[in-house]
Design a protein around this ligand. Structure first.
Ligand SMILES: [Zn+2]
Length: 391
């Protein structure tokens, strides 16, 4: 037995080498093909290395981009069925659907229109599926969605940067929101009374929206699901953007509202033009390829301490309010020891994510202290079907 085994060794070695070679070339081919299907660089022509998107799996390292602005545009829920194993629970997250109308179809149509507008600016446009290339760095990442409302009355757009936004993400969100609000304001301005000269690219408003006008701002706040969107969640998922990519998730409107539904189906170009206008303003006035501007803040985990002074709640715990203001409505009173995740700050206040409530609120920093025991992970960091899906 031993002698025959010895005799086979060189043959086995050759076969193994051959198989290993096949495996390696297969993997390389797979990576190449995979890359092409995952990411579609769309620019004026061939993508040069200088303005190619940066796929940087080393997410904690900042690598400056070069060349024309790179805009990553993600039609929400597009190709969810191709999500990798780490996101397999979202493979059936096909988006909102109402009365035969699918959010995913609307998202894709508007994203494709936006790609054309971005290309016409001389920028690089990337159409990004649900599977975000690991550590994708771009100058802006916009995830486009439409919403489902409880009842027909909910109307309008809402948008949000991720939890713990970088200064850049915050600016991008503001620029986009301003573009939506300006479009609505222009629509309302009576003809002939405006002293503002028409801009070179033409007015944003009337003919783009028929008689219904651009969408109003939804009175509803951005949800935990929007801010903790899985495409933003670089802390947990490999297939997510780089922390250094300014990002915003937009809910364009409600499929369940008759006016929004008309806008979304009849006037998709209007939405694309508003988003482009927001991008123009952002790039012109704010954007810098500057590490400090692009870096999200770091907050420690905190735990609730006993309030120093008796509060309106009788001193039983620390008040969490709807806004960073002592007179803001009281949401909850939290017991000392409750561990919280700061997701934003304003002066002497933290906005905190409260796991047990699956919601956020504002707490005074003096009512907390840093802790090193993160018993509760970030939204999306525990298996929770509703924790990181935006509808
Ligand atoms: Zn959605």
């Amino acid at each position: 037995m031993r002698s025959s085994d010895d005799a086979r060794k060189p043959v086995l070695l050759l076969v193994s080498l051959f198989l290993a070679g096949l495996l390696v070339s297969g993997l390389l081919l797979g990576m190449l093909l995979g890359k092409q299907t995952i990411l579609k660089p769309i620019s004026g022509g061939k993508v040069e290395p200088a303005n190619a998107p940066l796929i940087n799996p080393l997410k904690n390292s900042y690598i400056p981009l070069e060349g024309p602005w790179i805009v990553a545009i993600q039609p929400g829920h597009w190709k969810v069925e191709e999500l990798p194993d780490e996101l397999r629970r979202l493979r059936n997250s096909t988006g909102a659907e109402y009365d035969g109308l699918k959010e995913a179809d609307i998202n894709l149509r508007i994203a494709q229109l936006l790609v054309e507008l971005v290309k016409a600016e001389g920028w690089t446009a990337l159409l990004v599926p649900a599977t975000v290339p690991p550590g994708l760095q771009a100058d802006a990442f916009i995830s486009i969605h439409a919403d489902y409302g409880n009842g027909v009355h909910r109307e309008g757009f809402k948008l949000s940067p991720p939890f713990r936004p970088s200064p850049a993400s915050r600016r991008l969100a503001t620029a986009l929101e301003t573009a939506f609000l300006q479009a609505a304001a222009e629509q309302k301005r009576p003809n002939g009374l405006s002293s503002i000269p028409q801009r070179e690219h033409g007015s944003l408003a009337p003919d783009l929206w028929g008689s219904m006008g651009p969408p109003p701002k939804s009175p509803t706040l951005a949800t935990v699901n929007m801010r903790g969107y899985f495409g933003f969640n670089y802390r947990r998922f490999e297939h997510s953007m780089s922390p250094y990519t300014p990002a915003v998730l937009i809910e364009l409107g409600y499929l369940t509202n008759p006016t929004d539904r008309m806008r979304l189906t009849q006037f998709p170009a209007g939405y694309a033009k508003i988003i482009l206008e927001g991008l123009r303003n952002y790039f012109r006035e704010h954007h810098q390829r500057n590490e400090a501007f692009l870096t999200p803040p770091h907050y420690p985990w905190v735990e609730v301490t006993l309030p120093l002074a008796a509060d309106s709640n009788g001193g039983k715990g620390a008040p969490v309010r709807v806004s960073p203001d002592p007179t803001g409505s009281l949401l909850w009173t939290l017991e000392p020891g409750t561990i919280l995740l700061p997701v934003d700050e304003a002066g002497e206040w933290y906005e905190v994510f409260i796991r047990a409530k699956f919601a956020t609120g504002w707490i005074r920093k003096v009512d907390t202290r840093p802790t090193t025991d993160p018993r509760w992970p970030l939204p999306g960091e525990v298996p929770n079907p509703s924790s990181s899906t935006a509808q």
